[in-house]
Design a protein around this ligand. Sequence first.
Ligand SMILES: [Zn+2]
Length: 413
Amino acid sequence: MPGFIFGFKCKNLTPILHIGDKRLILNRGQNQHRMPNPVPEMKRKNGKNSISSPASLPETIDLLSRLSAAHAVPGFEDEVRAILHRELSGAGKGSVDRMGNYHLRMKGKSGPHVGIDCHMDEVGFMVQSITPDGFLRLVDLGGWSPLTLSAQPMVVLGSKGKIHGAIGSVPPHFNRGKSGGESIPSIADLYVDVGARDAAEAREWGIALGTAVCPDVQPRLMHNGSRLIGKALDNRVGCAAAIQAARALQGEDVNLSLFGTVQEEGGLRGAEITRNSTDLDLMIVMEGSPADDTPGQLSSSSQGMLGRGVQIRCYDPTHITNPKLAQWSCRLADSLHIPYQVAVRRTGGTNAGKYHLGAHGIPTIVLAPPVRYIHSHLSIVDLNDLIATRELAIAMIRNLDDPTYRELLPSLG
Ligand SMILES: [Zn+2]
């Protein structure tokens, strides 16, 4: 186990992972990232150690695929919010605040009020101007590398419907014979070609300044059967894990709020609102975070490897995780044979940066399936890691009673 000495006692826990496809449970990794043993589905629904009909692999693939395909850039999260609301109907009381944040309330009889956060938005663009020839200039919503953008498919969320197009690129023919290499365009140099003959035609189609522009990619299951490639897996993997965790806990005595937050990619803005509107005792942020297991990055110090489990993040520049909470979650994962990886990140940030500063300090933890190539048109996730994220969150919520919660808080000595 990397990095921790465990000081917390865990209750007797029954392994709760149940995965229909054996390929999902093979141990391809090191011992410290143990994969779970399959256990038969249990029938009891209200005990802390029971299984609540965990979603099957096909259900998980279907849910994540629909979430990935949805178009929801910062400030325009309607499609993902609708999926959350639809998927969670019957699990609790759903509502939306004035900013667009979704809130599902599942109110049990007792225990600390636990939150799950998953941001709904993805990196995208907004139309900044329309050239006389009908090309769309852009302003970025969230962080992009211009290296990933030339000749990529885009969809414009026009007022009369979706308009498909692509970001323009320069063919090599026009660069032949020129001295020096190609320069990398800035975002301001890029444009979307929607096939309009001129600006008037683009406007007729419902495109205007301020219209949202989103990557346009359909997800695919990869050849090994447990990895999915698609856009917006930051953070649709978190959304899928959150939905499945809440559904698994449906009908149990849990005191839970699920927040689908807006505008995380614009600076953690939705979370700033949701943290102020609740009496949360503990927050679990579910976040697709960058993997570091590809050529040029892969090393003995990699902390986000596909198929090695949920990342338990102890640090990034926006948040230091309560060490007792981090230790407890690792201990739970060990007890249940849920694979995990501890992450200490020099850069980046999540909604945890907002939550832990709310309500006199909300103990907050980030559970993160690693995702390759985030903030681009194509990212890759291993569904094992999504499942591990979901199962660890379920275990934390089931086992967080008042005495356990008090143990996690700082004491006077
Ligand atoms: Zn994210």
